[in-house]
Ligand binder design. Structure first.
Ligand code: NAD
Ligand code: MG
Length: 384
């Protein structure tokens, strides 16, 4: 799911290297029909699905004569996720990945989870669904894969703290006063990782790390006070787990998503992966520092979101996605994204019941919808 994106393409790269080991059931994408069709042919998928109904004819034309089934729309992606498969990659970007992720878990499969938004919006629902259907979730976000690997064979009761690292993104060394003027192209370049545009901008604002703090809380069931974020410009130590005997287990590896994807693909084995072997002597040093909360207010918003509980994560994510659209469309300044998210969290927490509702898919989607509307109003107020 999300085969045409950055994580999706890295996943297909690993699969294409060992074609005899895999049988590809379904590939899904959105607007990039040519990529989707050529990958479906190359990997001999049973079905190719685009999220965009208006592009179904294009997909059919691109796959003409191949014998590969085609389908389009959000419901068709859910149906693809219900096709029996041993392993499903969840690499759609945004809350759109939630319903297909739940559908995949309901067939009791292994879900490799890159789509962090689904954990942020509905962590309890996702984990409960996995438990009820005997499904396994393997984290693919590099920090969470790193934590997961550091915890192999360990007792969670012995964990004191978890440290996740952040490169600091595009604006780590900018004067804070200049951030309001940051342009889209400046925010869209990452010093170390090559990723989709949205997560790259989220790295510059630290909304990505904020999401990952929530993701850590949801997935590993640790309290916010036990989660630390450190700025680590080299992006080589992805996370560290601290135990109550004082030991810190660090995961060190190249900034290449094929490591975390490959770990989830081969779990519980480790396979040989085509990633760089680090030359630590050549690297020479690893730096760490505390993030400046004035530069990155998103980190504090993540902690507020965890403290609010309930459906606050769905509000946080929807407001963040809408604010990001606003920045990409030129309606919001870079620094106003955090203001919009803070405004929406306050608004929906005080207008009765949205955040306290039970966590069902319907309630999450409804809260997501309301938060997007509230964020739109907050953006219009600023743009006007
Ligand atoms: P991307 O933008 O490169 O790709 C997104 C994929 O989702 C594409 O295949 C696109 O067609 C599909 N898509 C977009 N909108 C859709 C919709 N409404 N319905 C169905 N499919 C839709 O994104 P990415 O960088 O690959 O990130 C994917 C996910 O993985 C995100 O949740 C991101 O936070 C997470 N992640 C990415 C990286 C990375 O290195 N890129 C690292 C860690 C986590
Ligand atoms: Mg990450």
């Amino acid at each position: 799911m999300g085969a045409t994106g950055s994580v999706g393409q890295n996943t297909l790269d690993l699969i294409a290297r060992a074609p005899d080991d895999y049988e590809v059931v379904a590939l899904t994408g959105a607007r990039n029909i040519l990529q989707l069709a050529s990958d479906a042919r190359r990997l001999n998928a049973q079905i190719a699905v685009t999220a965009c109904e208006d592009l179904l004819d294009d997909l059919r034309a691109a796959l003409d004569g191949s014998g590969i089934e085609t389908a389009a729309g959000a419901a068709a992606i859910i149906e693809a996720a219900q096709r029996p498969a041993d392993w499903i990659m969840s690499a759609i970007v945004g809350a759109a990945g939630l319903a297909p992720g739940l559908a995949a878990l309901a067939q009791g499969t292994t879900l490799a989870l890159a789509n962090k938004e689904s954990l942020v919006c509905a962590g309890v629902l996702l984990l409960d669904t996995a438990r009820r259907h005997g499904a396994t979730i393997l984290p693919v976000d590099s920090e969470h894969s790193a934590i997961f690997q550091a915890l192999v064979g360990e007792d969670m009761a012995a964990v004191e703290r978890i440290i996740i690292t952040a490169s600091g993104g595009a604006f780590r060394d900018w004067p804070i006063e200049k951030l309001a003027q940051a342009t889209l192209s400046e925010a869209s370049s990452h010093p170390n990782w090559d990723m989709g545009q949205r997560i790259t901008i989220d790295s510059a604002s630290m909304f990505n790390k904020a999401m990952e703090v929530i993701e850590t809380h949801e997935f590993f069931d640790v309290l916010p006070d036990q989660i630390e974020v450190l700025v680590h410009p080299q992006s080589l130590v992805h996370a560290l787990v601290g135990f109550h005997d004082g030991a810190l287990m660090a995961h060190v590896g190249p900034p290449d998503m094929r490591h975390a994807i490959g770990y989830a693909l081969n779990h519980p084995q480790r396979a040989k992966l085509p990633v760089e072997r680090l030359d630590l002597a050549a690297i020479g040093r690893l730096d760490f520092s505390h993030p400046d909360m004035r530069r990155w207010p998103a980190l504090d918003l993540a902690r507020q979101t965890i403290a609010r509980g309930g459906l606050a994560g769905a509000v946080f994510n929807a407001a963040k996605e809408t604010a990001l659209d606003g920045f990409i469309d030129g309606r919001l300044k870079f620094t106003q994204m955090a203001e919009v998210v803070a405004t929406v969290l306050d608004a929906l927490d005080s207008t009765g019941g949205h955040i306290d509702a039970t966590m069902t898919l319907d309630n999450v989607l409804q809260t997501d919808h309301l938060a997007r509307k509230a964020a739109q109003v907050a953006i219009d107020n600023r743009a006007g």
